[in-house]
Design a protein. Structure first.
Length: 109
């Protein structure tokens, strides 16, 4: 039977890897949407913009396309903020737990 501490460390490592993969995916999407946003700013208001819907390119108004990209960027930033807040909370919990574990050891000394 495996050591419970080792199992916990392995699970923690797996969890961190998943968090990093999710963060990297969000950062990649954010960069992609920011570059699209820059490209849109270079276009005239009457420029033709097409959106891929399945296998078909559909014409889209520039204002709609800009709103969609802005909405995606806002969503991505909120998701990243939530994840950061969650990680901060987890770190605070771990810190408090370590403090509690150390207090009895200090009293015994």
């Amino acid at each position: 039977m495996a050591d419970p501490k080792k199992q916990f460390e392995d699970l923690s490592d797996d969890f961190r890897k998943l968090q990093n993969e999710g963060r990297q995916k969000l950062e990649s999407q954010q960069q992609e949407n920011k570059s699209v946003q820059k490209e849109f700013s270079l276009l005239s208001d009457d420029a033709n913009i097409y959106k891929m819907i399945g296998p078909v390119l559909m014409k889209q108004e520039k204002s709609e396309a800009v709103m969609a990209v802005d909405g995606r960027l806002e969503f991505i930033e909120k998701e990243m903020s939530k994840r950061i807040e969650k990680q901060i909370g987890e770190m605070q919990e771990k810190s408090e737990k370590k403090k509690m574990e150390q207090q009895p050891a200090q009293v015994a000394s």
